[in-house]
Design a protein around this ligand. Structure first.
Ligand code: UT7
Length: 326
């Protein structure tokens, strides 16, 4: 009997910019209200990066926290993956800047662009690199300064997003036959580019030569979200033989409280198993899942042995889920 290679999450960390912007503050500059935002989306406040504070800075701070939580040094890492839609520069990748800022002069680093699904894509990618033997310990980071893509006069988008970063360390573990299972059990990734213009940024190096602003057909995205989320969740359960009843924690992308509650209800999950941080972080795109994870790990809800479902859905459309034995 051979050992089973698994990618185990051995450290979690996060970073949020100091500046907190409440709904009331936004209502002073755009035609919105705290009541509308809380009722329709469930957001109370969001963090916004300071001038001169970049995605790689947020990512580096979250990575340091995850390394400390794992009890590891940067020398122990051989791959850095940053999931982001808001890199500091068109190139090089945010990941290579994080590599430099962490003083890592070995290994390799790259970004993943899957918008809000970026962290789930990055977890699945890191898992593949670990299982193929190309990496042993991977820093997987979701980091965004999404505020830089917003048109602050457009009330239909500017109230929804925030900045932040979350990170995990994933480590190769060989489980002997009969040892309790741990690590990423499976991931399901999907995309469908026919929906690209339902949620997109109207700029880029090859089109306008500018960064552009976020545009979203909100109700259209909403209409697709619950079905796509539940589809990939069921795929991971079918692949592993587990059922919804076996899940200890559901850690969804934090875009809208009503989408999270809708997906939870469709799956038949009790609300107390659903990690919700959209109220204090808003939608931080690729950072939202690891930010929610780090809250639930730090407060002791997620603990070793728990069965944890991560999921996300966003621009592209992209969507995906990862089932993890903590
Ligand atoms: O992270 C990637 C995935 N993204 C998502 O999953 C987001 C999915 N979409 C959503 O979460 C929701 O569609 C939104 C939160 C974006 C919008 O909520 P909604 O319930 O779908 O509202 P709506 O767009 O249908 O707008 C309803 C009304 C409109 O007014 P009228 O036409 O009924 O008079 C909007 O103009 O609300 C108005 N409205 C606002 N009012 C106050 C839109 N934005 C605001 C605002 N404040 N900020």
């Amino acid at each position: 009997m051979t050992n089973t290679v698994r990618s185990v999450i051995c450290g979690v960390g996060s970073y949020l910019p100091a500046n907190v912007v409440t709904n009331e503050e936004l209502a002073k500059t755009v035609d919105t209200s705290d009541e509308w935002i809380q009722q329709r989306v469930g957001i109370k406040e969001r963090h916004i990066a300071a001038e001169g504070e970049y995605t790689s800075d947020l990512a580096t701070a979250a990575a340091r926290a995850a390394l400390a939580n794992a009890g590891l040094a940067i020398e122990d890492i051989d791959l850095i993956i940053v999931a982001t839609t808001t890199p500091d520069y068109t190139f090089p990748s945010a990941a290579t800047l994080v590599q430099m800022k962490l003083g890592m002069h070995h290994g390799f680093a790259f970004d993943i662009q899957a918008v809000c699904s970026g962290f789930v894509y990055a977890v699945a990618t890191a898992d593949s690199y670990i299982k193929s033997g190309m990496a042993r310990r991977v820093l997987v980071i979701g980091a965004e300064t999404f505020s830089r893509l917003l048109d602050w006069t457009d009330r239909t988008t500017c109230v929804l997003f925030g900045d932040g970063a979350g990170a995990v360390v994933m480590e190769r573990v060989e489980l002997a036959p009969g040892e309790p299972e741990r690590g990423v059990l499976t991931s399901a990734l999907r995309s469908d580019g026919r929906h690209w213009d339902k949620l997109y940024v109207d700029g880029g190096p090859s089109t306008t030569g500018t960064t552009g602003h976020v545009h979203m057909q909100g109700p259209e995205v909403f209409r697709h979200a619950v079905g796509k989320i539940t589809d990939v969740v069921y795929t991971t359960l079918e692949q592993t033989g587990y059922t919804v009843g076996d899940l200890d924690w559901f850690v969804p992308h934090q875009a809208n409280k009503r989408i999270i509650e809708g997906a939870g209800a469709k799956l038949g999950l009790p609300p107390e198993k659903v990690i919700m941080t959209v109220d204090i972080h808003a939608n931080t795109s690729a950072a939202s899942v690891p930010l929610a994870l780090s809250v639930a790990v730090a407060d002791g809800r997620i603990k070793q042995g728990d069965l944890v479902m991560l999921e996300a859905m966003g621009g592209g459309f992209t969507w995906g889920a990862s089932l993890i034995r903590w």
